[in-house]
Write a protein that binds this ligand. Structure first.
Ligand SMILES: NC(=O)c1ccc[n+]([C@@H]2O[C@H](COP(=O)([O-])OP(=O)(O)OC[C@H]3O[C@@H](n4cnc5c(N)ncnc54)[C@H](O)[C@@H]3O)[C@@H](O)[C@H]2O)c1
Length: 259
């Protein structure tokens, strides 16, 4: 077991890759805080963590609100006494053309993907620094490296911000023995992927089958990720095996992007 008795927070762990990461961490021996805005799915993931004989604790959290983030971190420390791992996974987007992006879209995307991610990293790192150890894993995207198939330009910018903050966070937290890395997923079959594909087909007047075939054909390995592909990398980066890796942003994407 890579993560025996570690305390992990996974944001947005109700569905998708956050859920896959939470369950993989439980299998690796961690207790998991499910910081999720949606109560039904959050409770469900926490219950599935507990079925692995680990403690799963759902804390309803809107990652766009600092007060929620601070309350979630305080509750985690009160319950478990420490935080070893943070996975900043919660993120939002929708399919939009260049001229369609509004101020409301921008604020919606950045409040969770960039602002919430930073303040969660800051609040958790305060706790980690006291114990001189910790692992932070930010879920960015290949969109943040300029992937042309991004859902929209504002989302790509928010994920570029995640990659930059991963590097600066790594450099400024290294003195506290805190590793900060990012995972840049490519196309990953989750509810977000399904929603974006549906919006794309409506905007471009193509069928969903055509949209999926077009995307899969552009992937050198010819397959989109499953959430477990991301969970595998997240388990490794949270483990002692990755102790000397920091500031990096790893693509998991079947070969869509090279840098
Ligand atoms: N699916 C993809 O193809 C893909 C590709 C690259 C990057 N990503 C990134 O991966 C991460 C996870 O995406 P996913 O595909 O699993 O999405 P998803 O929509 O399937 O799951 C996201 C989860 O986050 C929760 N969430 C949303 N806003 C929240 C908020 N403000 N506070 C707390 N929880 C919130 C949702 O309720 C949901 O449970 C996101 O950061 C996303 O940008 C996804």
């Amino acid at each position: 077991m890579w993560l025996k008795d570690r305390i992990a927070i996974v944001t947005g762990a109700g569905t998708g890759m956050g859920k896959a990461i939470a369950l993989r961490y439980a299998k690796e021996g961690a207790h998991v805080v499910v910081a999720e805005i949606d109560a039904a799915s959050g409770h469900q993931t926490a219950a599935e963590v507990s079925a692995h004989d680990r403690r799963g604790l759902f804390i309803q959290t809107d990652m766009a609100k600092l007060s929620d983030i601070n309350a979630m971190v305080a509750k985690t420390v009160e319950t478990f006494g420490q935080i070893d791992i943070l996975v900043n996974n919660a993120g939002v987007t929708k399919s939009l053309g260049f001229f369609d992006v509004t101020e409301a879209d921008w604020d919606w995307i950045y409040s969770t993907n960039a602002k919430g991610l930073f303040f969660c990293m800051q609040a958790v790192a305060r706790e980690m620094a006291k114990r001189n150890q910790g692992k932070v894993i930010n879920i960015a995207s290949i969109a943040g490296k300029g992937f042309r198939g991004t859902s929209n330009i504002a989302y790509a910018g928010s994920k570029g911000a995640v990659i930059a903050m991963t590097r600066i966070g790594a450099s400024q937290l290294a003195r506290y023995n805190i590793n900060v890395n990012a995972i840049c997923p490519g196309a990953t079959r989750t509810s977000l992927y399904e929603r974006v594909m549906k919006q794309l087909t409506e905007r471009e007047g193509i069928t969903e089958a055509e949209a999926v075939a077009r995307l899969d054909a552009s992937i050198p390995l010819r397959r989109a990720n499953t959430p477990d592909d991301i969970a595998n990398m997240a388990a490794f980066l949270a483990s002692d095996e990755a102790r000397n890796i920091t500031g990096q942003s790893f693509n998991v994407d079947g070969g869509l992007m090279w840098d």
